[in-house]
Write a protein that binds this ligand. Structure first.
Ligand SMILES: Cc1cc2nc3c(=O)[nH]c(=O)nc-3n(C[C@H](O)[C@H](O)[C@H](O)COP(=O)(O)OP(=O)(O)OC[C@H]3O[C@@H](n4cnc5c(N)ncnc54)[C@H](O)[C@@H]3O)c2cc1C
Ligand SMILES: *[C@@H]1O[C@H](CO)[C@@H](O)[C@H](O)[C@H]1NC(C)=O
Ligand SMILES: *[C@@H]1O[C@H](CO)[C@@H](O)[C@H](O)[C@H]1NC(C)=O
Ligand SMILES: *[C@@H]1O[C@H](CO)[C@@H](O)[C@H](O)[C@H]1NC(C)=O
Ligand SMILES: *[C@@H]1O[C@H](CO)[C@@H](O)[C@H](O)[C@H]1NC(C)=O
Ligand SMILES: *[C@@H]1O[C@H](CO)[C@@H](O)[C@H](O)[C@H]1NC(C)=O
Ligand SMILES: *[C@@H]1O[C@H](CO)[C@@H](O)[C@H](O)[C@H]1NC(C)=O
Length: 542
C-alpha cells in the first residue's frame, strides 16, 4: 500500500533504542515502595513516547538530543518523526543540475554556515562529512541598485572585499572597522550558549536578555548601527547587500540581531554533497522511526488525572492499528504554515510570525558573466560573478526601479572550460517574484540558458523589530522549536533551539535535563572557562 512510509533509519543504534529497563526509572525521587510510581501513571515498562513533526534542522536535531538524553538518563524513549515531504532536511535540500546525479548538487535552501556554528561544525566532524568553502568563482562582487552598480570590487574571496581599499575609500575607515567588530562581539556573546553557563531558557525573551541581545531584536539593523557610529551609506549599501541576500529584507526592516547574523559570513562553508546529510545523520544516530510522506493534520490533547496525552492524526492515516498517544509533541516547523488543527488545547503561537515568500531560481548557463546590456553597461564590460543588491536607489528616488532580484551568484562550473561544447556554469538567483524565461534570456543572453529550476519557499521570518516571541512550550507536553526563528533563523540556531527544548522536556518529565540526573551542571555560573579551548560543546558533552 502506498500509504505511510516507514524508513528504517534506526539500523545503527537499534540495539540502544530497544534497550528496555525492567522498571521505569523515575527521577528525581523514584518511589521504591513500588506502589505508585510518580506522575506518568501506569505506563510501567512502556517507553516514553515523543512525536517530532518535521525532519529539518530542528526536528532531526531534536531526535538526536533525545537520544543523548535517553542514554544519560538510562530511560526508554520511543521517537517518531513525521515529515510531509519525501526527503529529510526541510529547507536544507539540494538538486542536481539537469537532474544529472553525476554533476555536483546545488543547495536550494540553506547553503552556508560558519565555524562559530558549533553544532553544525561538530556534526560534520562526528559524521565524517567534509566541507567545501563557500565562495564565488573569482571573489568579485558588485552591488546593484536597480539602475547602476554602486560598488564593484574584484578578488579577495567571499567577504574579503569588505576590507578592500576601495571599500574603505567609499565608506570610510570608521564604519569599515567598527561594523566587523560589532559582528565579532555578537558572535562572542552567542558562544556562551555552548557552555553550561547558558544551558536553558524558558522563553525566547529570556535567552535574548541572557545573551544581551534584547536591545538588538527591538530595533532595526539600521537604527542600531547608526547608534554605533556606522555611516548611513555603509548600512544602506554593504549591510543591506547581505541582509537582502541572506534574509530578503532591507537594513531598515530587519532587526539588528538578524542583521548582524547576516553579516557573519566570514569563513563560510557548506557540507560537500549537501547540508541535509547532517540532518540524515542526526536521525539515524537517534534511532528514531522516520515517517516520510506523512503529514500531521491534527493534534488532540486529552488530560485525565494529571496525565496528558497527545493524539496525532496523519494524512495518509496509518496502515493497520491507530497511532498510540504520545507523552510529548515536538513541533519543528513553523506553526502557521504547518496547517495543523489543534483540539483540546488552548495553545497559541502568538505573536504570529510572517515568512518571506522567496523565489529561488537555479540556472545552468553558457554565459561566463551576466549580459552587460541588462545592466545598462556597454558591450564587453565585465560583470561581477556575484551581484548583491541595495534598496537605496529607491530611497534616493521613489520613481527609480527596485532591483528585479535580491541576489545573483555564480556557483562554479558544471562543464569544464575545455569541453567541446564550451563551459557551463550554475547560477543561483533569489528574488521576490518569479523569474521568467524571457528575463533569463535578457540577463544571460539568447540561447545561453540550458536548464532552469524554480522553487518557492516560505523562507525565513520577517525580522520586524520586536520584544515578544512565540512560546517555547505553548501547552503541557507541546514544544515549539521554531519559536526561535524570529530571533535568528539559521540551521544552527534551530539545533540550538531543539537542544533547549529537549533539555526542558526532560526536566519536565524526569526532573533532570539533557545531561541526566548525575551530571547536571550548575547552570548560570562556572561554565567551562575559555570558550572552545577544551573543544567541549554543551549538550554533546556535559
Ligand atoms: C533559500 C534559503 C536560504 C537559506 N540560507 C541559509 C543559509 O545559508 N544558512 C543557514 O543556516 N540558514 C539558511 N536558511 C534558513 C534555514 O533554512 C532555516 O532556518 C532552517 O533550515 C529551518 O530548519 P527547521 O528544521 O526549523 O525548519 P524546516 O527546514 O522548514 O523543516 C520543517 C519540516 O517540517 C515539514 N512539515 C511542515 N508541516 C508539516 C506537517 N503538517 N506534517 C509533517 N511535516 C511537516 C516540512 O516539510 C519540513 O521538512 C535559508 C533558507 C532558505 C529558504
Ligand atoms: C510512595 O508510595 C507510597 C505508597 O503508595 C505513598 O504512600 C507515598 O506517598 C509515595 N511517596 C512518594 C514520594 O510519592
Ligand atoms: C511520496 O508520495 C509521492 C506521491 O504520493 C510518491 O510519488 C513518492 O514515491 C512517495 N515517496 C516515498 C518516499 O514514499
Ligand atoms: C551527466 O553528466 C555527466 C558529467 O558531465 C555526463 O558525462 C553525462 O553525459 C550526463 N548525463 C546525461 C544523461 O546528460
Ligand atoms: C567516522 O570515522 C571514524 C574513524 O574512522 C569511525 O570510528 C566512526 O564510526 C565514523 N562515524 C560515522 C558516523 O561514520
Ligand atoms: C541600546 O541601543 C541604543 C541605540 O539604539 C543605545 O543607545 C543603547 O546604549 C543600547 N543599550 C544597551 C544596553 O546596549
Ligand atoms: C561563565 O560564567 C562565569 C561567571 O559568570 C564566568 O566567569 C565564565 O567566564 C563564564 N564562562 C564562559 C565560558 O563564558
Amino acid at each position: 500500500m502506498a500509504s505511510r512510509k516507514m524508513l528504517a533509519l534506526s539500523l545503527m543504534l537499534s540495539l540502544a533504542a530497544a534497550w528496555e529497563f525492567p522498571f521505569r526509572v523515575s527521577f528525581p525521587s523514584a518511589n521504591t515502595s513500588g506502589q505508585k510510581v510518580l506522575d506518568v501513571g501506569e505506563s510501567g515498562r512502556k517507553p516514553l513516547r515523543i512525536a517530532i513533526i518535521g525532519a529539518g534542522a530542528g526536528g532531526s536535531s531534536a531526535a538526536f538530543w533525545i537520544s543523548k538524553a535517553r542514554e544519560r538518563h538510562g530511560v526508554n524513549v520511543h521517537i517518531d518523526v513525521y515529515e510531509k515531504e519525501n526527503y529529510i532536511g526541510g529547507r536544507s535540500t539540494t538538486v542536481y543540475p539537469y537532474q544529472n546525479a553525476s554533476l555536483p548538487p546545488a543547495e536550494l535552501g540553506a547553503s552556508i554556515f560558519v565555524d562559530a556554528n558549533r553544532n553544525m561544525a561538530r556534526a560534520v566532524k562526528e559524521f565524517n562529512l567534509s566541507l567545501v568553502d563557500f565562495g564565488n568563482d573569482d571573489g568579485d562582487l558588485g552591488i546593484w541598485d536597480g539602475t547602476q552598480f554602486v560598488l564593484s570590487t574584484s578578488g579577495g574571496g567571499w567577504f574579503g572585499w569588505l576590507d578592500s581599499l576601495k571599500v574603505m575609500w567609499r565608506y570610510g575607515y570608521t564604519s569599515c572597522t567598527r561594523a566587523p567588530k560589532l559582528v565579532a562581539k555578537m558572535i562572542d556573546e552567542f558562544i556562551g550558549i555552548y557552555t553550561p553557563n547558558i544551558s536553558h531558557w524558558s522563553t525566547i525573551e529570556e535567552i535574548g536578555i541572557k545573551l544581551g541581545f534584547d536591545n538588538l531584536t527591538s530595533q532595526t539593523g539600521e537604527s542600531f548601527m547608526l547608534s554605533q557610529g556606522i555611516s548611513e551609506l555603509y548600512i544602506h549599501e554593504l549591510v543591506e547587500a547581505v541582509t537582502r541576500v541572506n534574509y530578503g529584507q532591507n537594513s531598515d526592516e530587519l532587526h539588528a540581531l538578524m542583521g548582524l547574523a547576516a553579516m557573519a559570513a566570514e569563513g563560510a562553508h557548506s557540507v560537500a554533497g549537501g547540508n541535509f546529510q547532517v540532518f540524515e545523520h542526526f536521525l539515524s544516530a537517534s534511532g528514531a522511526s522516520v515517517h516520510l510522506n506523512t503529514t500531521v493534520a491534527g493534534l488532540r490533547k486529552t488530560t485525565s488525572s494529571s496525565t496528558t496525552q497527545w493524539f496525532v492524526s496523519t494524512s495518509p492515516p496509518p496502515e493497520g492499528n491507530p497511532i498510540p498517544p504520545y507523552d510529548h509533541i515536538v513541533l519543528a516547523t513553523p506553526f502557521q504554515s504547518s496547517l495543523i488543527t489543534l483540539l483540546g488545547s488552548p495553545a497559541t503561537f502568538d505573536p504570529p510570525v510572517e515568512y518571506i515568500h522567496l523565489h529561488v531560481t537555479l540556472v545552468a548557463t553558457k554565459a561566463a558573466r551576466p549580459n552587460p546590456a541588462y545592466f545598462g553597461l556597454k558591450a564587453g564590460s565585465t560583470l561581477p560573478s556575484m551581484i548583491l543588491t541595495t534598496y537605496d536607489g529607491v530611497r534616493g528616488d521613489p520613481a527609480a526601479p527596485e532591483p528585479e532580484f535580491n541576489s545573483l551568484s555564480y556557483h562554479g562550473l558544471i562543464r569544464p572550460k575545455d569541453h567541446p561544447d564550451g563551459p557551463e556554469w550554475v547560477v543561483k538567483i533569489f528574488s521576490k517574484d518569479v523569474v521568467k524565461d524571457d528575463w533569463l534570456e535578457k540577463v544571460f543572453g539568447n540561447g545561453n540558458v540550458g536548464w532552469v529550476y524554480r522553487k518557492e519557499w516560505d523562507s525565513y521570518p520577517k525580522g520586524v523589530p520586536t520584544t515578544a516571541f512565540p512560546p517555547i512550550s505553548p501547552d503541557t507536553g507541546l514544544w515549539y522549536v521554531n519559536s526561535f526563528e524570529p530571533f535568528i533563523s539559521t540551521m544552527e540556531t534551530e539545533t540550538v533551539s531543539a537542544r533547549n527544548i529537549i533539555n526542558s522536556l526532560f526536566e519536565a518529565q524526569y526532573g533532570a535535563g539533557l545531561c541526566g540526573p548525575n551530571k547536571e551542571v550548575e547552570s548560570d555560573e562556572g561554565g567551562w572557562g575559555g570558550v572552545g579551548a577544551d573543544g567541549k560543546i554543551w549538550g554533546w558533552e556535559c
